[in-house]
Design a protein around this ligand. Structure first.
Ligand code: ARG
Ligand code: ASP
Length: 710
């Protein structure tokens, strides 16, 4: 934050406390009154009550938690739902086959009968949220141990959740905020009949792929369309073909009007996790140990995978989703580390900790409550660091080898004397699933790289394994595993399972892949993982106290509770940024950029002929801006994180102008430290979304269902 901004917000603070700090923050909808004047000052034309109201339909009634980690919004009075393509990806894939490759070609239900049900998908609507801190902490005394405290808190939460939903079909959940200093109750309505309505082809919905992921300028049409169904009584019901489209209390109005720099905008959705209260020690661990280890190991993995994907089409299909998953975290952590370094976060946190020590020393009450906390944190992280390193190398090296993971997933087969039909079915499925997307040469190369890294860096490895590796040598071991292991022979494994071949099963016990894998994983599960999780739990009480102290020490600052996958509002303005010296990024992109990126030889940049045709004829319909351009994406200063994908991005009047789907690379440290100069969320312009539905997919009947202002 610049000096000037600090001064200005400092001045304002004195005048109208409490006031939110601009741009940073993910605010609780039920307390949005506290932000209202700030939001209106920044351009908002509606009231906090229009956004969240328990007694009347409000915008919150149109925002949903989509599955377990994305957001969606209702855009018609028939339960039509928008979310990201990458949020619907797994479901689109599950309906895809070689004959109907919806992932590649897109899918559009021509009428409600063609909409496809999705096993396991739910959509959660918030009915109400409220503070239940007093009830949760009822019976807690200061001199209790952490365990005693936990027992009471858990019991109280159970009672509160039960009472809150008695006699209703609602589901309740209590979640801590401010690291356990406060508790909120969320009463939800969970719908489970959710059907796929439409999805663009991947080269629109995933345009730019992993190359463009986390980056601006962006041209991804990252959306998919679903519909909520319910029983005839309007209540949630499991899938039934006679269920009816859900009629929401409120659906969003869509605006096709032009937007411009500095326009007010807010994001309403379910951010997953932020960690603003971390100490310098925690940031140091992430920045200097956890991230570098993971980045290095994933770089090695991705280089190998890419090499094979380029050589062979089948491998590309088999590994594209895997590579996307590996690359998403990898790229985010690289960006996060750059950002943490650029903002010198560790140093600033150290200064804050010094100030804290002075503040504590000023007064004996504080000394009694908070004395020695910084030292306690230091001691804690000294203990955690080496164990965290073991965890990192196990997870990112050893257990990231596909054959190893598979061996562990199959090891139950060794315990069975004979296989019953259910087990047969289960193992057959597992074997088929594994080999469907498996390339053994590729995996061997990864084994050679990652096992080497694991044995060179992990300290806590069973002695017998170490002896074996020393005696045989990793290279020979790897050669034997990949040439001799029966486990890696699909046909033989299928046969053994199908025939319940006892002799072969017995022989499997000595299979080299099993004998190598099992002791290491078992050792990790019984020694390292519990040590790590027990130790991690030890900071619960420290973190709770630290958060309380930080808030007490900085009374001039308005804090937001860290994201925890509960409904929040983040607000700011549409704005470009300066990523590097001498560079300025504009705040929006157009279809022009899609054509500039087009490359028929690179999978991520193939442009569909139909889209090119629409481009050639400038056939943008009512979706063009006033310059005649077709807008594709834009960026804003809204503070968002993972989970916000698919969130509605709304204008000053509360109308839908886009779908949140990503952040700019330079700002991915915002989970730990937000910076208004660098942090931008990336938004799909609703006009490109509707253009694709209407003009590209000829599914205008869906657009006709929506409420649109122009
Ligand atoms: N970076 C975005 C998020 O964290 C989008 C990820 C999906 N896209 C991809 N190319 N992997 O979820
Ligand atoms: N792409 C993320 C998501 O899927 C959003 C983000 O991390 O900004 O939720």
């Amino acid at each position: 934050m610049s000096k000037k901004r600090i001064l200005i917000s400092g001045l304002l603070l004195c005048m109208l406390l409490p006031i939110a700090q601009a741009d940073e923050g993910m605010w609780l909808p039920y307390l949005l009154q506290l932000n209202e004047s700030d939001m209106q000052q920044k351009g908002m034309k509606i009231s906090a009550k229009d956004i969240y109201d328990v007694n009347h339909g409000s915008l919150k009634d149109a925002v949903v938690l989509f599955g377990g980690g994305c957001t969606g919004e209702i855009v018609s009075d028939q339960g039509l739902l928008l979310t990201n393509h990458h949020c619907g990806y797994g479901y689109i894939q599950s309906h895809s086959s070689l004959q109907h490759d919806y992932l590649t070609n897109g899918f559009w239900a021509r009428n409600k009968n063609e909409e496809l049900p999705n096993n396991g998908l739910s959509v959660t609507l918030l009915v109400e949220m409220k503070d239940v801190t007093a009830e949760v902490l009822n019976g807690i005394r200061n001199n209790m141990t952490e365990n005693e405290r936990k027992t009471i808190v858990t019991q109280n939460i159970k009672t509160i959740q039960q009472k809150a939903t008695e006699g209703t079909h609602y589901k309740a959940v209590v979640k801590p905020i401010y690291n356990g200093n406060q508790y909120l109750l969320f009463i939800n309505e969970v719908f489970t009949d959710i059907r796929l309505v439409g999805a663009p082809p991947s080269n629109i919905g995933k345009f730019g792929g992993d190359t463009d992921n986390w980056m601006w300028p962006r041209h991804t049409g990252d959306f998919s369309v679903f519909r909520i169904y319910c029983g005839k009584d309007g209540k949630p019901a499991p899938y039934n073909k006679d269920n009816v489209p859900y009629k929401p209390k409120k659906h969003l109005t869509i605006s096709l009007k032009d937007t411009k720099t500095n326009d007010f905008t807010f994001v309403f959705g379910y951010p997953g996790m932020t960690q603003q209260f971390l100490t310098s020690f925690a940031v140091e661990l992430i920045q200097n140990q956890t991230n570098p280890i993971a980045i290095d190991l994933r770089t090695q993995r991705l280089d190998i995978i890419k090499k094979y994907m380029e050589k062979d089409k089948l491998t590309r299909i088999q590994y594209s989703a895997k590579a996307a998953g590996i690359a998403n975290g990898w790229k985010k952590w690289i960006g996060q580390n750059n950002g943490l370094q650029r903002l010198d976060v560790i140093k600033h946190k150290q200064e804050l900790e010094q100030r804290f020590n002075q503040w504590v020393a000023e007064n004996s009450d504080r000394q009694q409550q908070y004395g020695g906390m910084v030292e306690a944190y230091k001691a804690f992280y000294d203990q955690l660091r080496p164990i965290a390193k073991e965890v990192s190398y196990f997870m990112e090296a050893f257990y990231s080898i596909e054959s190893i993971k598979f061996a562990w997933q199959m090891h139950g087969i060794l315990q069975a004397d004979s296989l019953n039909s259910q087990q047969k079915q289960q193992y057959t499925l597992r074997i088929n699933n594994f080999f469907k997307d498996y390339n053994s040469n590729l995996d061997k190369e990864i084994f050679d790289a990652l096992a080497t890294a694991y044995f060179a860096n992990a300290q806590d490895i069973p002695n017998a394994t170490l002896d074996k590796v020393h005696k045989i040598g990793l290279t020979k071991l790897s050669n034997e595993i990949y040439s001799k292991s029966i486990l890696l022979n699909k046909d033989k494994m299928l046969e053994i399972v199908a025939k319940d071949d006892k002799k072969a099963l017995n022989k499997l016990k000595k299979d080299i892949l099993f004998t190598f894998t099992i002791p290491i994983v078992e050792h990790y599960n019984t020694n390292i993982a519990p040590k790590y999780s027990n130790l991690s739990k030890q900071t619960d009480s420290l973190d709770r106290l630290w958060t309380k102290a930080m808030m007490e020490m900085q009374p001039e600052k308005t804090f937001y509770p860290d994201a925890n996958l509960t409904l929040r509002v983040a607000y700011g303005n549409i704005k470009g940024y300066q990523p590097k010296d001498g560079m300025i990024y504009k705040h929006y992109t157009t279809i022009e950029g899609i054509m500039q990126k087009e490359n028929p030889d690179i999978y991520d940049y193939v442009v569909e002929p139909k889209l090119k045709d629409l481009y050639k004829h400038k056939d943008y319909g009512r979706y063009a801006n006033k310059y005649g351009e077709l807008p594709v994406c834009f960026i804003a200063t809204n503070h968002t994180t993972g989970g916000n994908s698919g969130s509605p991005v709304l204008n000053a009047k509360g109308e839908l102008i886009g779908l949140n789907f990503d952040r700019c690379w330079e700002g991915t440290m915002s989970d730990i430290q937000y910076d208004v100069d660098l942090c931008r969320n990336i938004i799909l312009d609703i006009r490109y979304c509707l253009f694709i539905i209407d003009k590209y997919a000829n599914a205008k009947y869906l657009v006709d269902e929506m409420t649109i202002v122009q």
